[in-house]
Design a protein around this ligand. Structure first.
Ligand code: GLP
Length: 254
């Protein structure tokens, strides 16, 4: 695992976009796992810019998103499907039939989780999975305490995550209580993982994930046993790690 220090959010976004574009150039039909939240917005903007310049071609790329709120339709502005459409998919040449995301409108968790796992299995593995991290260490919507060996499942969001995500909704009451998420098992099966984090509110989660014990109480800590993880984080998110470790431009190897 290697941790790279970015000066700020812009630098982080460019570095992350560089890693993703290298993957796309090396394997034009790669399966890319996508994430939502504030963290990847800059990365997606950068990828769109390079696409517009003619430097990137997504025509054979297949994408799989980590998660979706249960109960929200793809047209709902708060849904992750809508987020993906507005922040990436409608701006680049990823074919609609190649973009996958859990269906928030499926009421039966068993049906939807089985369907999504089938999609994931049919792709032959995710080449590069982009991840953000929650302030409580969650990845995707795998909340603390969640079993490490799950595939796609329906989760009850923790109060901490509802609080954190309330910033995107009109009121806290509007935040859905349930979500469909790829499980840790799906994430760990990705051939490589790129985790990005920005801001001081991620400092503890980053420190605990990469320097603490591996425990379901900190879902991100499972990444310590994956053999190809790259972390790109800004100085604020790395603040606790930087107190103990120097991170040079070549990255810090764990
Ligand atoms: C949500 C998403 C996660 C994301 C996390 C952090 O809960 N389900 O996939 O990593 O938020 O989001 P942000 O990047 O906005 O801090």
């Amino acid at each position: 695992m290697r941790i790279y220090k970015a000066k700020d959010y812009n630098d982080l976004s460019r570095k992350a976009a560089n890693i993703i574009s290298a993957q796309i150039i090396m394997k034009p039909d790669a399966v890319i796992g996508l994430a939502t939240g504030a963290s990847p917005i800059g990365t997606y903007k950068q990828l769109i810019e390079w696409y517009n310049k003619g430097d990137l071609d997504f025509s054979e790329i297949r994408t799989v998103n980590l998660d979706e709120y249960k109960g929200l339709s793809p047209d709902d502005v708060q849904s992750y499907a809508y987020f993906m459409k507005t922040n990436l998919l409608s701006h680049v040449n990823i074919l609609p039939e190649n973009a996958n995301i859990p269906n928030g409108l499926e009421e039966d968790p068993e049906v939807e989780c089985k369907r999504y796992d089938k999609v994931l299995h049919s792709m032959g593995g995710i080449d590069l999975q982009l991840l953000g991290i929650g302030g409580n260490g969650h990845i995707g919507f795998n909340e603390p305490g969640n079993n490490f060996d799950k595939e796609t499942h329906c989760v009850t969001l923790t109060e901490a995550t509802i609080d954190a995500n309330a910033r995107f909704f009109e009121s806290r009451d509007d935040v859905p209580k349930y979500a469909y998420t790829m499980g840790i098992k799906n994430i760990m099966q990705a051939k490589s993982i790129l985790l990005i984090a920005s801001g001081e509110e991620k400092a503890q989660a980053l420190y605990d994930s990469f320097y603490g014990p591996i425990t379901p109480n900190v879902p991100g800590s499972i990444l310590q046993i994956h053999n190809h993880v790259t972390v790109v984080a800004d100085e604020a998110a790395l603040s606790l790690i930087l107190k103990e470790h120097e991170i040079t431009t070549g990255g810090h190897v764990l």
